[in-house]
Design a protein around this ligand. Sequence first.
Ligand SMILES: [Zn+2]
Length: 686
Amino acid sequence: MKRVLGFVKLAVACTAICALATLAQNPPAQEVHGIAVTNMDRSVKPGDDFYQYANGAWLKRTEIPPDRVEVDVFTKLADLSNKRTSDLIEEIAKSNPPAGSASRKVADLYNSYMDEAAIEAKGLAPLRPHLEAIAAIHDKQELAHALGETLRADVDALNNTNFHTANLFGLWVAPGFNDSEHYNAYLLQGGLQLPDREYYLSDGEQMRNIRAKYQPHIAAMLKLAGFSDTDARAVRVLELEHAIAQTHRSLADNEDTNKANNTWTQADFRTKAPGLDWTEYFRGAGISPVSSFIVWQPEAFSGESVLVASTPLETWKDWLAFHLIEGYGGVLPKAIADERFAFFGKILSGAQEQRPRWQRGVFVVDGFLGDVVGQLYAQRYFSPEAQAQAMVANLIAAFRQRIEGLTWMNPATKAEAEAKLSTLYVGIGYPETWHDYSNFEVKADDIFGNLWRGDLAEYERQVTRLGKPVDRKEWSMTPQTVNAVNLPLQNALNFPAAILQPPFYDPLAPAAVNYGAIGSVIGHEISHTFDTEGSTFDAKGRLRSWWTADDLKHFEAVTAQLASQYDTYKPFPDLSVNGKQTLAENIADVAGISAAYDGYRASLLGKTATTQDGFSGDQQFFIAFGQNWGAKTREAMLRRAVMTDPHAPDEYRAATVRNIDAWYAAFDVRAGEKLYLAPGDRVRIW
Ligand SMILES: [Zn+2]
């Protein structure tokens, strides 16, 4: 899901890795191989509120643990993944791996994160050389060089849909829009600590409250790092970020790939975005030889460059210092780490406590050395490879039939769609090749340096790839990630091992349940191949319009209907779901469940499905789908997701059953019930 064309929640939600507390409050193992009847609230009419019907009892008895911002099926499985990964790390550490080996790096990275006493003892020493370098910046030319030095490969526009970097700009290395056979450099807007421009620009009470607390937080962080006059500095830093936010493109516009295909040579930066010394910027970033870039948001590059010229040097230096302290605050002395959590964990996300340190340590290892652990994870915990392959093949067949059967689509467009399906690479469980971390130096007693070098090593790994041929089978998720993803520029899907397990996938459960749960996820990812974004890429991953004008018109009309449907949902009286921002994911949900339903019916081979607790096969299929989305989320986190996540909140994802005819028949849903849509108002896309 998440990420962006991905299927699950955003990275912001995923970073909230799940704790064992969830395991303790839910039954530890799925004894029933089928839908979780004990999670349902059968007093609710399915036609009135399908989400409550499928999940109501679970919602009633579930509390969000103090260190969590959300609890759902994904976090529950992520807890399991996290525990297993932690066991693997412990085993690796005990085996005393040889110096320089990847295993040694895992052990040293984890142990250096866990050693809080060493972090306290070092105090601000790790920060000092970096702060001194910032203090020594004398003019805008040196500033441009220093800004270039902050560039990292920390954004991902299409695979994991991460548009946020706190650095001035972010680099994404991926197959080119216009040359998908080679890796190209994409540059994205950045410069904000808060998650999105809306946090700075919205007049809503919630956002005004957050800004009111952000300014003292900036001051506190600077003070803890030894700065004087911190209130005045904080005011100026916030003013600068506010001005940067005004230049930023909105999330809904970021998702429009046609607006993103802007090739700039280095000379173009100087004419189209004057103000920043681009020669120095690229030199600082170590990418002077790169001749052209795809600039995702040209107006932000122009706007931010003007701000480099017009804002006093001292303000930029404070901005750089604050961003450095904030970025590494989690591995600095406790007073700084606590201040950071008090703002980003509590105020921005609603968590009451930090996650236990070992869980955060596992997250660090996953982030920097994920494939080392992932390789062991896949060997030990992934078995149902053949069955999962078969299910994916059935889903692709169901999708192919749906496309062939469309009455509105021209044969020429169908042929292009068919070409995309037949060349789709589907990765199941784990990748065929693993990342090489040999350029990442890890020291046993230096967590700050480890993270610094880890970010830099990943950046250098990505820069080294520029211009080289694309490996279409490369993965963008680790096997231990509970998620799935569509990679449009590679025409590829990844289904990691960690999502191919109960309750999503259980080889002992009836077909109805597996198709409703994981089948709808697989269908969701396949359909991204043809959604508002996917339909702009051809079978080779090139950004090319392959739709006839008529077909596109029909597609746009129907998808506009779906956007309107989601615009009506209001999680809070003052905040609606944004139908445009969540459109691609909502299309994928409708398409995914439609194809999964076909796949399930085909799997019956004409026989009647067995019932479970009186539920028919069709009912089990839809309930299993609805139970994918059972979730409890803190208000701050949910508001943040509504504003920054390309996915709609879970309860509305469950409600998309109202677009499926078979759901009406399965539950005898009648006109007058709250989710009822007349047949002509149901959105049918694929
Ligand atoms: Zn998706």
